[in-house]
Design a protein around this ligand. Structure first.
Ligand SMILES: Nc1ncnc2c1ncn2[C@@H]1O[C@H](COP(=O)(O)OP(=O)(O)OP(=O)(O)O)[C@@H](O)[C@H]1O
Ligand SMILES: [Mg+2]
Length: 175
C-alpha cells in the first residue's frame, strides 16, 4: 500500500510538471502567497521545533504569476528546509526587491539552519529524481518541479549552501 501511494504521488507530480498551458497568470502580491503558505505550514513548523522569522518587504512591486504554481514553489522549498532540520532550527522566509541585468526583480528567499548541501550535490539537486532521501520516501522531484515553474515565469532559482551550515534558496522573478 505504501509503495502504491508513493508511486501514485510520483505520477501525479510528473503530470503536474508536464501539464503546460493550463496555467493562469495574474498580477499578484508575492507577500500574500508567502502568508498563505505560512498559514498552511504553521502547525507543521511548530511541531517540527522550528523557529520562523518572516521578513516581508511591504513595498514589493506586483508580479505576473500563476499563484498556485508559486505556492507550490514555496511549499517545496519549505518542505526541503524542514527535512534538512530533523532536530529543529531556524527558518527564515522573506521577500525583497532585487536589481540585476538592468531589470527589476522580486526575490523570495528561504533559509534554513539545517544539514547543508555539499558542492557535488549542489550541482545535481535540480535534476529530476536526484534525491538523498531515498530511504525516507523522497522522489527527487520537488526541486525539478520548482525549477521548471520558476523558469517558465522567466525567473531564476539560486542556491548557496555549505555542508553543516544550512542552505539559502532564492527565487528571482521579473517585475
Ligand atoms: N534545504 C535543503 N537542505 C539540504 N539539502 C537539500 C535542501 N533542499 C534540497 N536538498 C537536497 O536536494 C535533493 C533534491 O531535493 P528535491 O526537493 O528535488 O527532492 P527530495 O526532497 O529528495 O524529494 P521530494 O521533494 O520529491 O519529496 C534532496 O534530496 C536533498 O539532498
Ligand atoms: Mg523535496
Amino acid at each position: 500500500m505504501q509503495e502504491a501511494r508513493r508511486a501514485s504521488s510520483v505520477v501525479r507530480r510528473l503530470l503536474d510538471f508536464s501539464r503546460q498551458g493550463e496555467r493562469v497568470r495574474t498580477s499578484a502580491d508575492l507577500n500574500e502567497i508567502v502568508n498563505d503558505v505560512i498559514a498552511l505550514t504553521r502547525h507543521l513548523l511548530q511541531t517540527s521545533n522550528v523557529n520562523l522569522a518572516l521578513e516581508l518587504d511591504e513595498s514589493l512591486p506586483r508580479v505576473s504569476i500563476d499563484t498556485n504554481q508559486m505556492k507550490q514553489v514555496l511549499l517545496n522549498l519549505i518542505h526541503n528546509a524542514l527535512q534538512a532540520m530533523p532536530k529543529g532550527g531556524e527558518l527564515r522566509v522573506g521577500t525583497h526587491k532585487g536589481s540585476r541585468e538592468n531589470r527589476n526583480w522580486v526575490v523570495m528567499a528561504v533559509k534554513d539552519s539545517g544539514v547543508g548541501i555539499s558542492p557535488a550535490d549542489q550541482a545535481r539537486i535540480f535534476e529530476p529524481f536526484f534525491t538523498t532521501k531515498g530511504d525516507r520516501g523522497g522522489t527527487g522531484l520537488g526541486l525539478s518541479v520548482t525549477y521548471g515553474i520558476v523558469a517558465d515565469h522567466g525567473g531564476a532559482i539560486e542556491v548557496s549552501s555549505r555542508s553543516g551550515e544550512g542552505s539559502l534558496f532564492e527565487v528571482w522573478l521579473p517585475v
